[in-house]
Design a protein around this ligand. Structure first.
Ligand code: PMV
Length: 325
């Protein structure tokens, strides 16, 4: 144990290649399906946390604005978990910044909660093992469990924490993100999962089919088999979205630009460039390709109507503590 201090933790967002959608246990926030992701270098959250004995409650600011309501509650709940594990009662001052659009389906909760768990345990002077931090982050947002680790990361069925599968440098793939025009505020993943489970006749089929797709994605990653990986990630994303589309009312995260970007990727393949898409709880399209093809894939996506910005990212590192004061 060391003394409480002020720290800045950095965690990178991750995009699932084998998707998580649906909870087996609401209270513990345990996923109903296994997932496998790639941590991304270009998208990160920087979270400063300091223990402050003069505070009577946690002070939380997200992207420069004081957090209130549900956003604040989720942060405080995570901090309470860290306080319980570190046997401390100190209140914390938290300032978190994302270098990409928050709550837009660009996985800001994943990097945000991963950085928060790491920063809080260090600020309280009791760094916790990474598996414990991953489990704490999972309770806030299951995808956040994966952002504690770099490269290719799995969150297995029933596991409390995520685990690394392959170092990013061992297979230098690139994710090209087509940021599409934002429509009306989308449904949060928690609400969307609840609605899908409650009303979609395809949800049980998704849950029974997802483990085999996860296994195929993991085998393709370990075997560096890009064509198999690409086919499996597209099927995983589309099966997840099919379960949402069959809900009542339908949960539609796609915008016209989403469909145009997907079609552009299929056209790229017809023209001989291997590239594969995946979409999350938002309208953006994330395209996985090999390093040499990244410039041409990015250029093609930038020309798609409704694509506002293209972000090109290599695999990113595990979460880390940046500096101390
Ligand atoms: O961890 P959450 O509650 O933000 O849910 C993430 C859900 C997806 O992004 C759609 C899929 C995934 O595995 O990241």
């Amino acid at each position: 144990m060391t003394t409480p201090r002020s720290v800045t933790a950095v965690a990178h967002a991750n995009i699932a290649l084998a998707k998580y959608w649906g909870k087996a246990d609401d209270r513990e926030n345990l996923p109903a399906v296994p997932s496998l992701s790639l941590t991304l270098e270009a998208l990160r959250s920087r979270t400063s946390v300091s223990a402050d004995a003069s505070l009577t409650e946690d002070a939380v600011s997200l992207d420069g604005a004081l957090a209130t309501g549900r956003a604040r509650e989720r942060v405080v709940r995570l901090l309470d978990d860290v306080r319980a594990l570190t046997e401390t009662k100190l209140r914390l001052r938290v300032e978190s910044h994302n270098d990409f659009p928050t709550a837009s389906g660009l996985a800001s909760s994943a990097s945000g909660f991963a950085a928060l768990a790491l920063g809080a345990s260090h600020a309280l002077g009791r760094p916790l093992p990474v598996a414990t931090l991953s489990s704490v982050a999972r309770r806030a947002s299951a995808s956040a469990a994966r952002s504690l680790f770099g490269g290719f990361v799995a969150l297995r069925l029933g596991a409390a924490s995520a685990e690394p599968v392959l170092d990013g440098a061992a297979w230098p793939l690139v994710m090209v993100i087509a940021v599409t025009a934002m429509g009306p505020k989308s449904v949060s993943s928690t609400d969307g999962m609840r609605h899908t489970l409650a009303t979609s006749p395809y949800y049980p089929t998704w849950v029974t089919s997802a483990p085999a797709l996860f296994a195929e994605v993991e085998r393709a990653v370990l075997g560096r088999d890009f064509e198999t990986l690409g086919a499996a990630i597209e099927q995983s994303a589309l099966m997840m979205h099919a379960s949402m589309l069959a809900a009542r009312p339908a949960l539609v995260y796609f915008s016209p630009a989403t469909l145009r970007a997907m079609e552009r990727v299929r056209a790229l393949r017809r023209e001989g460039t291997l590239a594969f898409y995946t979409m999350d709880a938002g309208p953006h399209v994330k395209v996985l390709c090999q390093e040499a093809d990244a410039p041409s894939v990015a250029a093609a996506l930038a020309l798609v109507e409704g694509v506002e910005r293209v972000i090109v990212s290599a695999a990113g590192p595990a979460a880390y503590v940046e500096d101390t004061a």
